[in-house]
Every structure is written in C-alpha cells, then in structure tokens.
Design a protein around this ligand. Structure first.
Ligand SMILES: *Cc1c(COP(=O)(O)O)cnc(C)c1O
Length: 395
C-alpha cells in the first residue's frame, strides 16, 4: 500500500487545476503586460482568477496580490505593516510562539531593525489566549500577526475574536492562513482580517504560487522591484498558468469545503482513537479546535526520524515536526511551546490526510504505527530503563 499522509507539507495538484493551466502553457502564452489581444487574453485570465480568489474569501479583487507562495506573502504582509507602523513611530508587534518560520524569521529581522516583538505563549492545547493578546497591546503596537491554523499540530486560533480586538484598537491584523484556506471556511470581512497569506500547493494547486490579501487602504511595501505588475506592488511577469490553476483549485476546494471537512474529520478522529491505544502516547494540540485532516502524536521513547523511515518502508509518507525543520536536530518549536519536553518532542509524528483518504487506509496506518512503535521501543535503552522502573514516564 502507498499512502500519502503529508498533506500539510504539500498536496497533490488536482486534475481541474492541471486542466485549467494547460491552455496558458501551450496556447495563450502571451505576456499579460502586452497590448495586443494575444497578451490581453492572459491578462483577462489573471483578472478572472483574481476575482474568483477574492470571492472565495469575501474580499474585493483589488485586494488580492499574487505572490510566489505563502512565505513571500507572509514576508510582504509583515514588512508592509512594519513600514506603516514605523512612519508613525509605532514599533511594537504581537505574534505567537507557534508561527511558521516565514513569519518568525521575518519578525527576527525586524527585531534587529529596532522593532520589539511580543511572542504570545499558547496553552497545552496549542491555542493563543485572547486575554494574553489584550494584555500585550500597547499604544505603539502596529501589527498583530497570528496564524489561522498551525501547520504542525493543526490547531485553529480564535481568529474572529482577535480580529475584533484589533479592529477596535485600530491595529493591523495579519493571519497566515496557508493551512486554513480551502480546508475550513474563511471570510476576511466577517473575521475582521486586514491581511491574509495563502499558498496554492496547500489546497491542490501548483507549487510556487500564492496570494496576499491586503484590505483596501493598506499600503504595501514591495519586496521585488522592477515592472509595474500587480499595480506596482510586486514586479515580475506574472505566473499566469500557476495563477489560473491556483484559482481553479481554490474554487474547487471551497465548493466542497463542508463535505470534505466533515469526511476528513471523521477519518481524523478514527485515526486519533486508534493511535491513542498506544501506551505512553499523547495527541498534540486540541482535539476539537483543529484542522479536519491533522493528526499529531508524541510517542515516548521513540525517535521521530526512525519512525518515519520505518513507516516509509510500509508505504506511508508522514512527517515529524515541520518539513522545514527536518534535517535539524532541534525539536519542533511548536511542540516545545505546548509544553512537550525535548525527549518527548523528538518522538512526534504528523499525519495529514488527503481528501481521498479511506477508512482502510486509516486502519492500515494505525496498524503500522502500532507495530513500528513497539518495534522501536524494543531497541531503546531509555525505554527499557523506564519499563524497569528507572525514571518516570512522562506520557
Ligand atoms: C507551507 C506554509 C507556508 C509556506 O508556504 P510556501 O508556499 O511553501 O512558501 C507558510 N505558512 C504555513 C502555515 C505553511 O503551512
């Protein structure tokens, strides 16, 4: 069996998206900035894509700018809000400890430039407390950036409440919604979101393309200088096939969002129930306020990497920590933030199911993880000591 259970890292491009992009690769390859009608055909496709994407999140087409993905959108959103803040002497930013590195590293850069950043803690449930946010706000706060849903543990933040507070205090609110859009309903107007980042390859679009929503009136700083594309906010000839495919994938995902989420959540809960039977294991993140396809566990006495390799032998693609941090020996900052100690955080496993996952596949994953965990524990001196009563189990 071959099971792809790493949809938080990337998703398979959908047939609809592939078919939407092909004509813009093979036939209508004109430059959207050209005046002749052949180029204008590409331009029209861009504007149609912009309008459909805007509609999916309740925005206006002018409020959508195309980027190379989620990381670029995060960088541009944060640097823009920082530039706006700096103009009026407001140099304090609020974020949290479990953000994606595209946000965290941008904030680190701003700290070096004199900004101060408050990183809100999260509870053991992986969720920011709204009271903490309220308490962290000063007169000089120019930006709140809190992700919609976490890429490792899938927890969903109280975006609506955060948005309301920021609107009331006239602070720009940005959310990295890369894991959320296309999977759970998101509406920038209802949720008082000023800026939002998204990436096509997380919702069955192609890689290397995404978008930034910035509410009308928010002046964007451009990261890439050059031509006047995207109304001067992002230079470079647009990735027309990618953008067209992103819009097609987004419309398709949003069109099936309720049924997909319901189906995925049932499988997720089946998987959680099965893995919970493994002794000395624990689910990471809130069991309810989490993405419909995300399962993340810690198994005591296990190395995440060995677990992944043995699961790979059984045809299961999974992840431990985030794809960006694997290869480094540091345990995930997200697992540490929810209070997992280093040793336990190292034994983590993230399984993110696809829209086409089945009960048989979930049951196969449960059987395989049980087998592999038992096998690895059999080799572990630490585990043997714990079983012999030397030291205490943490989980
Ligand atoms: C994947 C991801 C990103 C980065 O998106 P890219 O398009 O790969 O640059 C940013 N934030 C979150 C939460 C993500 O999951």
């Amino acid at each position: 069996m071959k099971i792809y259970a790493d949809n938080a890292a990337t998703t398979k491009i959908s047939r609809t998206a592939v078919e939407a992009m092909l004509p813009y690769i093979e036939e209508f390859y004109g430059n959207p900035s050209s005046l002749y009608s052949f180029g204008q055909k590409a331009k029209e496709a861009l504007e149609t894509a912009r309008a459909s994407i805007a509609e999916c999140i309740g925005a206006q087409p002018r409020e959508i700018i195309f980027t190379s993905g989620g990381s670029e959108a995060d960088n541009q959103a944060i640097l823009s809000a920082a530039a706006i803040g700096k103009k009026s002497g407001k140099m304090h930013i609020i974020s949290d400890q479990i953000e994606h590195h595209a946000v965290l590293h941008t904030l680190k850069k701003l700290e070096k430039e004199g900004f101060s950043v408050t990183y809100l803690p999260v509870g053991t449930d992986g969720i920011v407390k709204v009271e903490d946010l309220r308490a962290a706000i000063h007169e000089d706060t120019c930006l709140v950036t809190v992700m919609y849903a976490n890429n490792e543990i899938g927890t969903i933040q109280p975006i609506n409440e955060i948005g309301k507070i920021c609107r009331e205090k006239k602070i720009i609110f940005h959310t990295d919604a890369v894991q959320a859009v296309g999977h759970i309903p998101v509406n920038v107007v209802d949720e008082s979101i000023d800026m939002l980042s998204a990436s096509a390859h997380k919702f069955h679009g192609p890689k290397g393309v995404g978008f930034l929503y910035a509410r009308k009136g928010i002046r964007l700083t451009n990261l890439i200088e050059g031509g006047a594309q995207e109304r001067g906010r992002r230079a470079g000839t647009e990735n027309v096939p990618g953008i067209v495919a992103m819009a097609a994938a987004f419309v398709e995902s949003v069109g099936h969002i309720e049924e997909n989420a319901k189906r995925a959540a049932a499988l997720r809960d089946r998987l959680i129930a099965g893995l919970s039977e493994i002794p000395h294991s624990a689910l990471n993140g809130d069991a309810v306020k989490r993405l419909p396809s995300n399962v993340n566990f810690c198994f005591e006495g296990i190395e995440g990497e060995s677990l992944l390799l043995l699961l790979d032998d059984k045809g299961i693609c999974a992840s431990s920590g985030s794809a960006c941090t694997s290869g480094s020996l540091d345990p995930s900052h997200v697992l540490l933030a929810i209070g997992r100690v280093h040793d336990v955080a190292h034994g983590s496993l993230r399984l993110t199911l696809g829209d086409d996952a089945t009960e048989e596949e979930v049951d196969y994953i449960i059987r395989s993880v049980k087998e592999v965990v038992e096998y690895l524990r059999g080799f572990s001196p630490v585990w043997r000591d714990l079983c012999a009563g030397k030291g205490n189990f943490i989980l």
